[in-house]
Each structure stands twice: as structure tokens, then as C-alpha cells.
Design a binder for this molecule. Structure first.
Ligand SMILES: C[S@@+](CC[C@H](N)C(=O)[O-])C[C@H]1O[C@@H](n2cnc3c(N)ncnc32)[C@H](O)[C@@H]1O
Length: 466
């Protein structure tokens, strides 16, 4: 057996670590990091890679499962790539998320206090956006293969198996998005099968039906965007008319003809078939238009709580200049506008900025400004001279965190208050390590936006040192 391949039997999972991995320790003190483990599971592990202080491995057998586990709600649990913690009790999930934040942040600021995580009231059907792929060669479970042999319907629509770009699990009922999300997806599938409309095969690059995105809002508006591989307008109209007639609540039906290698829609032309190009969402009293390509937080109820924490921590008195870095549709920008003298949003996606400007007009807010472009190029001393020195900075970067030039610029400004919102504690803590030279941490507030996953959002309040 090579140095990296070792076998360990009956070891207990003792904790969770970063990147969705859990931690076990062998009798002789070797640290093992594995997927699919929950503290309390007793398992066999085979390692496949040696790192400096630990081994990466796979669980090959469960001897007993942790008391933190429960029965998963979803029939696709284990096969589908999503909701990996659905068989973990919700209180245990949030406890593990709190611990994850604690380890990460206390690594930078010793002994800093972590507030109890803000839990999610709806642990199911909490998402406002899902994307599914069509396939003519759906994934078969072992049970299906042994029960039915080869005579099975292979067309399907669902989620990719984790890490496998060409393997799709056909989903019967997904517990993530409210109705009629499931009915819409299944209805397109059944209609296409009945009418002999072809499903895509990502290896052979053939087949018309490629993907479906469903978005909804708390105003009960639904948007459907279907991706087709070719411009077969007769079949396209047949499907879209079927949807339009069957689901009266669809206020927007759009489609894309995408024959490139991947199914990302950001460089694609979107065609309107029915209704409006957007759907509308409320955040408190504010209304936002959501277009197919718009970034919008996917759990609306938790987003309102998250923004409220940001507002409380910013503690605005009315005379401040606030910068909202990575502003998306300008939701935080506008949420804070009433309490500040002026709020300036910066965002790389031009369409989002246009939409942010429009929604500010729509919401009757006239003390916000938005600039489009890459943060590290835009957020410069010239920009600050033009817009004024910020009293408060809100930053909500993507998973990669902030570019080091952006942090350098922040450190030049001596802004008294920074509220840092992050969906990735590792990059947030990397950035905190750099900000620490001038800032102290005053509050750490985790928020659970995504039950049944190991993702956790974290908000940190930083104050300039005296
Ligand atoms: C986590 S989202 C936050 C959006 C917004 N604050 C909200 O609550 O909806 C991060 C945003 O950063 C934008 N972004 C990513 N990289 C960027 C960059 N280099 N410069 C400016 N904006 C960027 C993304 O387009 C996205 O809208």
C-alpha cells in the first residue's frame, strides 16, 4: 500500500472542518478528513491523499450512525448532489455551522464572541430559484438496475450528481422551491416525452431540451426560462404554449437558444415569449425587479433578516456616506438609504447596476449612486475623491472574498466601521487577517440561509482601532 493509501477501521467522526469535510482521528493520532461524516458516526476510512497535517479519505463503511442523524425527507437524498445534511437534525446542523464560524473567526481574533446563529424558520421550500438540466440518459440507481434491467425510461430532468457534469438525477419531488416548481418541471418533461421532443445529451451534444430555470418571489410571481440547444421554433413554441396555458401564475416565460459547450446563461441572449422580462420581489417596503441573469439572494425570508443585521450593525445616524461594495441589484444599498446621507454601490455586472438604478427610481430613493466595474479597478483613491470618504463600508463579496488591492485601499481610508458579509468563512477570515492590522472585531453573527447544506453566511462588525 502506498504512503497515501491507508485503511482505518472503526474510527469516530469527532468534528466538522472546512470545505464540507468532517474530521476523524485514529488511535495513533492521525487526522483524517472525509466527506459525508457527522460527529458521532463510527466508520471505516480509506485515505487517498496525504497533506501536511492530515490525510484526505473516503468513508467505506458506517458501523453506527450518529445520534445527530434523522430520517431524510427527500426520496432522492443520497443520490442527488444537494441537501447533503438532510439526514442531520436541524438543531445539530445549526450547531455545526456555529462551530465552523467559531473555529474560522477565532483563528484570527482569539476568544472573540460568536452570536447564536439566526436559524431559518422554513427548512424546506425556502429557495426562490432553481436550475435543472434535461438528459436523455438519466442516472439509474442500483435498485433500478437490479429490478428492471435495461428497459427503463432514460429521459429525465433534474440535478447533476455532485462532481459529475454529464450525470443527471431525474427529480420527482424537490423540497427546495415552493409549488408549482415541481409541477412545472414535471409537466415540461411529460409533455416533451408525449410529443417526442428530444432531450439533450451533453456528451454527444444532441437533443433540443437543455435546461430549465424557475424563479419565484414572495409576491407569488413565477418566471420560467427554458434553454434549448437548437432553434427548432415549432417544438419550442409547442412547449412554451403548453406552459403558458397550463400555469396561469407564470408572469414571465423566456427562452434561450444555447449551442455552446456549457449551459451558463450569462453570455446568452434571452428571448421573451410571454409576460414581462422580470418578476418583482419585496424586501421590506422596497420593490426589486428580478431578470433572468440577476443575482438575487435565494432565500428571501432570511435575506430580510440578514439585511436587518447589516443595518443594525452599521448603526447609521443619517449623516453618513456609506459604500456598499459588491452591491448586486443594490438591495443593501437601498435598504440603508433612508438612514444615511448617501450610499454608493459598486458592482461588476452592468445589467445589475442598470437594474439597481431603475429600482432606486421605482422606490423613490434619490440618495444612492451605482458604479459598474471590477472592484479592484474602480475602488481607487480617485473614486474616493469623487464620491467622498466613507464613514461606513459594507462589503458582501462573492465566495472568493476581496481582492488584496481592494483590502489595501480599505486600509488606506481609516473608515471607522466596516460590516463584512460573507458566504465563505475561509476567504472572509483570510481577509480579516489582513484587516486586523487596523481593525478590531466587535460582533460576529452567523445566519443560516441554506438549511441541509454546510453553507453558512457570516456577518462581522469591524471597528477602527483607537
Ligand atoms: C454575494 S453577491 C452580493 C450581492 C448583494 N450585496 C446582495 O445582497 O444581493 C456578490 C456580488 O459581487 C459581484 N461581484 C463579483 N465579483 C466582482 C468584482 N470583481 N467587482 C465587483 N463586483 C463583483 C457579483 O456580481 C455579485 O452581485
Amino acid at each position: 500500500m502506498s504512503k497515501k493509501n491507508k485503511k482505518f477501521s472503526s474510527v469516530e467522526i469527532i468534528d466538522i472542518g472546512s470545505k464540507g469535510l468532517s474530521i476523524a482521528k485514529s488511535d495513533d493520532g492521525i487526522v483524517l478528513m472525509v466527506k459525508k461524516g457527522v460527529p458521532g458516526d463510527v466508520v471505516d476510512i480509506e485515505t487517498y491523499r496525504k497533506k501536511k497535517n492530515y490525510y484526505l479519505g473516503n468513508i467505506t463503511k458506517y458501523h453506527s450512525k450518529s445520534d445527530l442523524r434523522t430520517k431524510a425527507e427527500c426520496e432522492h437524498f443520497g443520490t442527488c448532489g444537494g441537501c447533503k445534511w438532510q439526514d442531520v437534525l436541524y438543531d445539530a446542523q445549526t450547531n455545526l455551522k456555529e462551530r465552523k464560524i467559531k473555529y474560522a473567526v477565532q483563528h484570527v481574533f482569539d476568544n472573540c464572541k460568536i452570536e447564536p446563529i439566526i436559524k431559518c424558520e422554513n427548512q424546506y421550500f425556502y429557495r426562490n430559484k432553481l436550475e435543472f438540466s434535461f438528459t436523455d440518459n438519466r442516472w439509474l440507481t442500483n435498485e433500478e438496475i437490479s429490478n428492471s434491467g435495461t428497459d427503463l425510461e432514460r429521459r429525465g430532468v433534474g440535478f447533476h450528481i455532485s462532481g459529475m457534469w454529464d450525470k443527471v438525477v431525474d427529480i420527482n419531488k424537490c423540497h427546495l422551491q415552493p409549488d408549482p416548481s415541481n409541477q412545472i418541471r414535471l409537466s415540461v418533461k411529460d409533455f416533451a416525452i408525449k410529443n417526442n421532443i428530444s432531450f439533450h445529451n451533453s456528451r454527444s451534444k444532441k437533443g433540443l431540451l437543455r435546461g430549465i430555470m424557475i424563479r419565484n418571489t414572495s409576491l407569488d410571481q413565477f418566471m420560467v426560462i427554458i434553454q434549448f440547444f437548437e432553434n427548432d421554433i415549432n417544438s419550442i413554441e409547442l412547449i412554451l404554449n403548453h406552459l403558458k396555458n397550463k400555469f396561469k401564475q407564470l408572469s414571465s416565460i423566456q427562452y434561450i437558444i444555447n449551442n455552446k459547450g456549457n449551459d451558463s446563461i450569462y453570455d446568452q441572449k434571452i428571448n421573451l415569449f410571454h409576460g414581462e422580462e422580470y418578476i418583482e420581489e419585496m424586501i421590506g417596503e422596497l420593490k426589486f425587479k428580478i431578470f433572468p441573469k440577476s443575482f438575487f439572494q435565494t432565500n428571501t425570508n432570511q435575506t430580510i433578516k440578514l439585511y436587518q443585521v447589516v443595518k443594525d450593525l452599521a448603526n447609521l445616524k443619517g449623516n453618513e456616506i456609506v459604500y456598499d461594495l459588491y452591491s448586486g441589484l443594490g438591495t443593501i444599498t437601498q435598504f440603508l438609504a433612508k438612514e444615511a446621507s448617501k450610499v454608493i454601490g459598486i458592482e461588476s455586472i452592468g445589467e445589475a447596476v442598470i437594474s439597481a438604478r431603475e429600482s432606486a427610481v421605482y422606490n423613490n430613493i434619490n440618495n444612492v449612486e451605482f458604479e459598474a466595474g471590477d472592484m479592484k479597478k474602480i475602488f481607487t483613491s480617485e473614486f474616493i475623491s469623487k464620491h467622498g470618504n466613507p464613514d461606513v463600508i459594507i462589503t458582501d463579496p462573492p465566495r472568493d472574498g476581496m481582492h488584496k488591492d481592494v483590502i489595501k485601499e480599505i486600509l488606506n481610508l481609516d473608515t471607522k466601521t466596516i460590516v463584512y458579509v460573507s458566504c465563505n468563512p475561509s476567504t472572509q477570515c483570510r481577509d480579516l487577517e489582513l484587516l486586523k492590522v487596523k481593525y478590531d472585531i466587535h460582533k460576529t453573527q452567523p445566519v443560516d440561509m441554506f438549511p441541509h447544506t454546510d453553507h453558512v453566511e457570516n456577518i462581522v462588525l469591524l471597528k477602527l482601532k483607537d
